[in-house]
Write a protein that binds this ligand. Structure first.
Ligand code: CUA
Length: 155
C-alpha cells in the first residue's frame, strides 16, 4: 500500500499528539494523584444512616453566610427535601448516594455533580439572587427519576 509523504507526516503528528495527551493525563493521574474533584471522600453506602454527618443530613452554618449542606440521594428523593438560606450565602454541598448513581444539579447555577454510591461528591456555589431554586437528579436512576427533586429557597 502506498502512503503519500504528506499523509505519513499527518498520521505521525496525530499519533504523536495522542501519545502526548495520554502521557499528560497519566502523569496527572499517577504522579499528581488527580481524581475528579467531586470525588474526594469515600463512604460505605450501607452505613450512611450511621455515618456522621450524613446520619443527620441538612444544613450546617460554618461562618457568616457560609454553609455546608449534606445530602443523601436515594431512589427517588433527596434528603433534605428543602433548604432555606439567606441571599448571598455560599453553600458547599456534600452529596452521597445510598443506592444507585444519581445526579445533583441546580440549573442556572453551575451546581452539577454525579453522585456515586461509595463516594462523597462536593460542589460549592454562592447564591447571589433570591428565589426558589429547583434541585434535580439529572442521571437516569429508574422509574421515578423524573420525580427526584428538592428545593433551595434563597431569601
Ligand atoms: Cu436519581 Cu435520577
Amino acid at each position: 500500500m502506498h502512503i503519500y509523504k504528506l499523509e505519513r507526516i499527518w498520521i505521525t503528528a496525530g499519533v504523536a499528539m495522542l501519545a502526548f495527551f495520554l502521557a499528560v493525563l497519566a502523569t496527572a493521574a499517577i504522579v499528581d494523584g488527580y481524581v475528579p474533584n467531586s470525588r474526594i471522600q469515600t463512604i460505605d453506602p450501607a452505613k450512611i444512616s450511621e455515618t456522621p454527618p450524613f446520619d443527620h443530613p441538612g444544613l450546617r452554618k460554618t461562618g457568616d453566610k457560609a454553609y455546608e449542606a449534606y445530602y443523601v440521594a436515594q431512589i427517588f428523593q433527596f434528603t433534605p427535601r428543602k433548604l432555606t438560606i439567606p441571599v448571598g450565602s455560599r453553600v458547599t454541598f456534600y452529596i452521597t448516594s445510598a443506592d444507585v448513581e444519581h445526579g445533583f444539579s441546580i440549573p442556572e447555577t453551575g451546581v452539577n455533580a454525579m453522585v456515586t454510591p461509595g463516594w462523597v461528591s462536593s460542589v460549592s456555589h454562592t447564591f447571589k439572587s433570591a428565589g426558589k431554586y429547583l434541585l434535580i437528579c439529572n442521571e437516569y436512576c429508574g422509574g421515578g427519576h423524573q420525580l427526584m427533586a428538592s428545593e433551595v429557597d434563597v431569601q
